[in-house]
Ligand binder design. Sequence first.
Ligand code: GLU
Length: 490
Amino acid sequence: MSPEPTGKTALEGPVRVRFAPSPTGFLHVGGARTAIYNDLLRQSLGGTFVLRIEDTDRERSNQAMIEQICQGLEWIGVEWDEGPLLQSDGVERHREAARRLVEAGQAYYCFRTPEELDEARQAAEKRGVIFRYREVFEPPSPAEAERRRAAGEPCAVRFRMPEEDIRIVDLVRGEVAFPAESLDDFIILRSDGSPTYHLSVVCDDIEMAATHVVRGEDHLSNTPKHVGLFRALGAPVPTFGHLPLILGSDRKRLSKRTGATSVEEFRDQGLLPQALYNALALLGWSPGDDLEVMPREEMIARFTVERLNAAAAVFDRDKLAWINGQYMSGLPLEELLPHLEPFLEEVGLGGLEGASRERLAVVADLLRTRAHTLRELAAFAVAYFKERVAYDPEECAKFLGQDDLPAQLERLAARFGALEAFEVEGLERELRALAEEVGVKAGVLIHPTRMALTGSKAGPSLFDVVAVMGREATLRHLTNFAAFLRSAGT
Ligand code: GLU
């Protein structure tokens, strides 16, 4: 006999874990987080991660959704060792298990019609008690069941739930007890011969020899049923871990109301996969210090299930954006650039080659600490590749009143143009020297120069901007801006 469960347990590998999404939509961040904890378990303890697609609900599943889920996992950096296995491939095996359970007397044929069940349910409701099948209905004797089946009467197969308390030691919640009186017999094979989720999931977990079942808290109430089935099928019961819900900022279950909910949406908004992995992993797990940026490798090294939190976690979008900013600034540039590519394409900077490509890398490096998303970074970068900058007269109002400014900008262009090396130091020296010559503060030239070059009031240090913009574009923009000020000012 195994000892009575007492609390959370330390784990040893190697493990066989699984992520078992139903392909009924995009990969939700809740699902992604479940996959991430399975990934951390498998990576930290060694073993095997199986991806199993629970596609038995055929009406709601399709191939495109399966591919989407795989792509979502790949993108976020969760690797699987086996799969994707399709649950639907095991239907015959699941049916066979149901037959074995009937033969062993651990399941029985159920001929009750939906109407009968409804009636019994309503009667229980009237009496103010919870409907429990096994308190109301007697299972038919095997002989009667055989006779009625032979006569072609439709029937389901119902599992005979043992009348005893079920206890588990959950990795996240510690000991959880399900009293016998809260349990009931349940359908494992529908009258059309299709296995229910409970039967399929247990058969597949047995087939793949899952050692740990880490999944969302919404499955906790299914777990005693699954434990009953594992035992009846003579298989070891895996260790369960039920992850708490993810809440939105409204403290309700995360939904569209508070923004994006699928991994794909975050990708399309310009989040880095490393940042989303990081943010989701730290939503319900922390290694015990306040670190908020922790790359996957470090998480793997420090991961312990003891520090999984049972309380529901609020998904903090601002923190995600901040974490994303940290990764945007901190990743090696050559790792960042491929993620930026789709967003460059959107703004017409896709597929640059040669010198333009090199320039793009310098621009991205200059701007990346100021952008919160890849999309924003691409939008900032566009300014550095424009033939002409568009100026908004309202934004430029303050420069329009300065009559000497166009001429000063032209003089600045000439001085910049005469520089041998077009570099930060020399550029700064020239601008400050000109400011002194004409008797204005450096800022009087710095602000319009930034506007001239980028069409914007804000950005990185001006001299970095000028250096990255390059000689030819800088002179062009300064000259054009001077002309714009003259024509708009008159
Ligand atoms: N297919 C279930 C879901 O997507 C998961 C079942 C499980 O992990 O046991 O919620």
